[in-house]
Ligand binder design. Structure first.
Ligand code: BGP
Length: 478
């Protein structure tokens, strides 16, 4: 490329506490929902089925398999070395999350756990030592298990108080260290995946949509309160919302398919529309009316939502998907895969690789909201193999990132305000959907395997030096 990315562009990577930290019961941490799961397709599936009939406690009592998140890649004890490697690549920013159950082991107590607070102090200090900006997700699918068991998670309005109490503690504690915050991770999967994406328990026989719409209201009120509180405590901070955005194409040009696709998109934009525009959109009111759903609200809720909107839209982008009228594939696959697009290649996990889709989504979101956009997840999961020379030659990963970065650059030229690119994930860790180590994303290999064995030793893949050069040249080397 003969041009460079803007000077202020935040280059870096993204992690999530539950997928990297391990040390699940160390230094006073309580169990979190994700300490009881092993990925959407693994043991987690049992837990997920609780949504359709089984009681949560029953599932937990019978689930005594190996839990990958308990140890993960032990970032808890390796964070200094790992951050040193990120600094070597020239990171300007690192996204990670705070594990709520380290700060409040149960979630509804008044006093925080000092040891948990100290851990994040150390992590943030280490980042700042190298000039790396922490970008923090307040809850990345993580919630203390006690809140799930006792209150059913966000189905209970009391969660707003517990969340705000947690936010108040971390805003005060880290006000000098963290300026970029995000309320939740990928909340727009709430309807198709209530427990995992939204930490909402739905019991047998209940109308899932009714429960999740109600829960979304509590989540919106809590986000608005958190935004207000953040500005009060850290006036120079920015609070964003975070979505999972896969470009959705219609599989034919039949107007019926086009419109069904448009409506499916609205189902996802419902979340960002409320977060960013500060009001419930007409199409969600229409759907609720059709389903006979009325959201219970308190006086002042709507004003709060209106007055405290998100300042940037952060999102993950891995793939595009295709849809047609009457297709249930989308819902059946947890909102992920859709109909196969004949023009695109897929990863081994069926994710359709589509760099142009990223330019598309950037333009679409910019047109819709006109607020800065932040790519806080994009990457290629692959079952990497160590070559005879002892190195992983991940040219396929290099190619994936290169094609996506070139399209981001095109979007910037289109006039889109893009804050930065945080690659998911700079170091191998537990995959969220599979609960496995073998779906690796990193520039850094971790010797840890799905049966729990491994030395935790870190080593550089070929992509390490490549990404370093991209950052060093602000994209010119692409
Ligand atoms: C996003 C999640 C992440 C992450 C990523 C990759 O949906 O926010 O937590 O893991 O997807 O997915 P996976 O790990 O399933 O490959």
């Amino acid at each position: 490329m003969n041009k460079t990315f803007p000077e202020t562009f935040l280059w870096g990577g993204a992690l999530a506490a539950n997928q990297c930290e391990g040390a699940w019961d160390v230094d006073g941490k309580g169990p979190s929902l994700l300490d009881h799961t092993t990925g959407l397709t693994g043991k987690y599936k049992d837990l997920h089925e609780m949504n359709h009939g089984r009681r949560l406690t029953e599932v937990i009592d019978t689930a005594n398999n190996y839990y990958p998140c308990h140890d993960a890649i032990d970032f808890y004890h390796h964070y200094k070395d790992d951050i040193k490697l990120f600094a070597e690549m020239g990171f300007k920013a690192l996204r990670t999350s705070i594990n709520w159950s380290r700060i409040f082991p149960k979630g509804d107590e008044d006093k925080p756990n000092e040891k948990g607070l100290e851990f994040y102090d150390n992590v943030f200090d280490e980042l700042l030592k190298y000039g790396i900006e922490p970008v923090i997700t307040i809850s990345h699918f993580e919630m203390p298990m006690h809140l799930i068991k006792k209150y059913g998670g966000w189905r209970d309005r009391k969660l707003i108080d517990f969340y705000i109490n947690y936010c108040g503690v971390i805003f005060h504690r880290y006000k000098e260290k963290v300026k970029y915050w995000m309320t939740y991770n990928e909340l727009n999967h709430l309807h198709d995946n209530p427990l995992h994406a939204g930490n909402v328990v739905v019991y047998e026989g209940e109308n899932s949509l009714e429960i999740t719409y109600q829960a979304s209201h509590y989540l919106f009120v809590a986000a608005a309160k958190a935004t207000a509180l953040c500005h009060e405590i850290i006036p120079d901070a920015k609070m964003g919302c975070m979505l999972s955005l896969s470009t959705i194409y219609s599989s034919t040009c039949d107007p019926k398919d086009e419109f069904a696709t448009f409506q499916l998109k609205q189902d996802h934009y419902y979340f960002s529309d409320v977060f960013i525009r500060g009001k419930y959109p007409g199409y969600s009111k229409r759907e609720m009316e059709k389903e006979g759903i009325t959201i219970k609200m308190e006086d002042g809720d709507l004003e709060l939502i209106k007055e405290n909107t998100a300042e940037f839209l952060a999102f993950s982008y891995y793939r595009s998907t295709t849809h047609k009228a009457g297709s249930t594939t989308f819902k059946d696959s947890g909102g992920v895969l859709g109909i196969k697009n004949p023009y695109l290649d897929t990863t081994a996990w069926g994710w359709q690789i589509d760099p142009i889709g990223l330019r598309y989504v950037l333009n679409e979101m910019w047109d819709r909201y006109q607020i800065p956009l932040f790519i806080v997840e994009n990457g290629l999961g692959f079952e990497d193999k160590i070559s005879e020379d002892g190195v992983i030659h991940d040219d396929y990963r290099i190619d994936y990132i290169k094609q996506h970065l070139l399209e981001i650059y095109n979007a910037i030229e289109d006039g889109v305000d893009v804050m930065g690119y945080l690659y998911w994930a700079p170091i191998d860790m537990i995959s969220n959907s599979t609960g496995q180590m073998k779906k690796r994303y990193g520039f850094i290999y971790v010797d840890k395997h799905d049966d729990g064995t491994g030395t935790y030793e870190r080593s550089k893949k070929e992509s390490f030096e490549w990404y370093k050069e991209v950052i060093h040249t602000a994209g010119k080397s692409l």
